[in-house]
Write a protein that binds this ligand. Sequence first.
Ligand code: N01
Length: 538
Amino acid sequence: MTRENQGARRFDILIIGAGFSGLYQLYRLRRLGFRVKLFDAGRDLGGVWHWNRYPGARVDSHVPNYEFSIDEVWQDWCWSERFPGWQELQRYFAHVDSKLKLKSDIEFNKRVTAAAFDEEECRWHLTCADGEIVETQFVLTCMGFAAKAHIPALPGLDRFEGHAIHTAHWPEAGIDLSGKRVGVIGTGASGVQVIQEAYKVAKELTVFQRTPMIALAMQQRQLSRESELAKKSSLKETFHIRNASSGGFHDLQMDERRAHEVSKVERDRVFEEAWAKGGFHFWTGSFSDIITDSRSNRLAYDFWRAKVHARVNDPATAEMLAPTEPPHPFGAKRPSLEQDYYEAFNHGNVTLVDLKKTPITAIEPQGVYTSEKAFDLDVLVLATGFDAGTGGFTQIDLRGTSGRTLKEIWQDGVDTHLGLGIPEFPNLLMLYGPQSPTAFWNGPASAEVQGDWVVNCLRHLRDNTFRRIEAKRDAAKAWTKHMEEMGARTLMPLADSWYMGANIPGKRRQMLFYMGSKSYMEHCNNSADNGYTGFELR
Ligand code: N01
């Protein structure tokens, strides 16, 4: 023990992050008798649902897919909406805690800023923002994929005299947009949701769009307590199907035919049916070749485009929102779900600016300047996304056995074994991290299914008196290669998406998430069944 660490608190397992994955780990590991503690930088439970409280923030995975399958949690919980908003999700997390009593082992406002592995002691030393150093044998990162906001380097942003705010940094007290001149940069899922709310109250709303979002109909519904209670008798089966599915939804089934090979009438019938179901049905619940075959993909895009044009009054605006030529293959960027996003552009107080034609040249104290004109603003919302997958890790001074930081190592590309372990970083296991299905896996399902694998692994290590687990370099290289090959069989690499790390200037372009949680878990289970192949245990 080094001198400065004398008296440091010591744990078997330290979990970072109090979202679905972190809470599930705490729930399971505590019951197995591990000395486990959870740290979270926020003030309360929820992970992304603690931070993302901008107007309109709501989940894009419909319930009951989006909840824990733990009996004591679901039995007396009823949702009020099919796609719940952030306030209801925060209430859900409070309910989870009231049932599982997790908070007694959670410390909030506890941001981990640095971590170094001590090879001699076979233990991690973690430094927190408040100066405390703790020691732990294992670290479980449960930080989600969106732990680091992306704030683009817009010239003059710091000089803006109004309120400039990233969607993930929205203050708990809220920001009143009523009667204000509001600008929104970014039309991803966060931008779409803010825009839908802001146009109803703002004096003027200016939407700065770089790439049009291919937004799908949410088909939101209110849920009555009676209908929720009626589902309870089949919920166990629903969760079972969900956790065994590829993607973590109990009710998203693909049509195995090729979209471009069936008749137009039949194709439209399938598309309409998926559209009416709402949510991701049109993306991952219609024809299975949409994301692999450009002909089928184009047919889906054209169907979507016609839907949008039917709702937007001004044809030029409709063309900006849903251009004749797709900005990228449909679904190769995450589609967001909308309720009245397109109708917003029929209102006189809303202006759509095409940043590809008239880019932002500067942010001035009074507002945003494009190459064409100035827009005076009171509030500038940065709905500009996240350094997804890796940003949560690289913002920590995380040093493994070589002393190099993970940030330095990942500059040349991410290599992990199964998205669970990183060479040079022993006893650190990732949940919902890069190179696992994360972006293509419903969060609570992943928390439980991938989560059970991690719990079983930790139990295996303890039962067999192993002190150390580390991903092997050749296994990690092979996993990256496998992911690239899988990605290349799809249209995913053709879009500049956060799936590819391509939304962050300078970030290495690579397939960051594994497509298909079912085959992913087969790889993980094969490894475990054969003595954790690809990992070194000692
Ligand atoms: O971020 P994004 P997000 N100048 O990266 C634009 C989940 N989520 O926070 O496409 C101008 O998707 C950028 O433009 P372009 C969900 O998985 C879920 O919206 O790069 N514009 C894009 O339009 C989602 O996919 C929910 O050309 C700039 C936007 O900012 C993920 O989080 C709700 C720019 C960023 O879109 C991320 O969504 C919210 C610049 N310099 C989020 N830089 C739900 O559950 C970036 N942009 C519903």
